[in-house]
Design a protein. Structure first.
Length: 255
């Protein structure tokens, strides 16, 4: 099993900041086919060919997309969406976790204990990825590799926790932790050479676009993706954070 994640952040019209970790999980045989088909069905489907997909550069017409017509740039997004919805629905899952970091800061001041938002999203997304695998392949669990884009801040705390758990497992002759013990690696890789990370970038970018609530192209792309791609979507707004962390409230911690 492999999981690929990318992060994004945006400010909403009310001044609240939303932090997102988004990606895809699937078994190894799916990814082997995905990499070939992403090139043929998305990047190289039309002229000019795209060396990779990166939404920020694409929408602004920067870097490798300099000089591209608006129509060609739009077509690349639609080709990516069309390909993702054509993939076997039971073979993969999109995972998205978004947290209102402004609300989190407010709750910290009130006395709630809520860990770093990068850790919250990372554990939420990775936990759901494993749940998906256990549910769909209970008799054929694969060892997992987790990948992030280069310099992705979400990676560091998960990598540290995995390293600690791995050291604990070395003292045992059997795998005792059915989560961390099944992870073979937490690594980064280059987005422009990794189709799965390009798909994760599209998903993360679309989610942030939705939370910006500014009427502009692709505002509803995330909603469209929800309708055509198997997914688990977690939105941790203020009310949700209060509910989830109600047992972690201590008024004496209030600033």
């Amino acid at each position: 099993m492999k999981c690929y994640f990318d992060g994004s952040k945006v400010s909403g019209p009310d001044g609240h900041w939303w932090l997102t970790l988004a990606g895809f999980t699937a078994r190894d045989d799916f990814w082997n086919r995905f990499e070939k088909e992403w090139n043929s069905e998305v990047l190289h489907k039309r002229e000019p060919h795209a060396p990779y997909l990166h939404m920020t550069d694409l929408l602004t017409g920067n870097k490798v997309f300099t000089g591209w017509a608006v129509e060609r740039r739009q077509a690349l997004v639609m080709d990516a969406l069309d390909y993702l919805q054509s993939c076997p629905k039971l073979a993969f899952e999109a995972v998205v976790c978004t947290i209102d970091t402004t609300a989190r800061e407010k709750l910290l001041e009130e006395g709630y204990e809520i860990t770093d938002p990068h850790v919250v999203c990372g554990q939420c997304a990775l936990g759901d990825a494993f749940s998906w695998c256990y549910e769909h392949y209970p008799e054929g669990i694969e060892l997992a590799h987790v990948y992030f884009d280069r310099s992705e801040r979400f990676m560091h705390p998960l990598h540290e926790q995995w390293q600690r758990k791995k050291k604990e497992e070395r003292s045992s002759t059997v795998i005792t932790d059915c989560f961390w013990g099944l992870i073979m690696g937490v690594d980064d890789c280059e987005m422009d050479k990794t189709p799965a990370l390009q798909a994760a970038d599209l998903l993360a970018w679309a989610t942030s676009r939705q939370h910006s609530k500014i009427e502009r192209p692709y505002l509803y792309l995330a909603e469209i993706m929800k309708k055509v791609i198997p997914h688990s979507w977690f939105t941790l707004d203020e009310n949700t954070l209060r509910s989830v962390h109600k047992n972690d409230f201590d008024p004496e911690r209030a600033e």
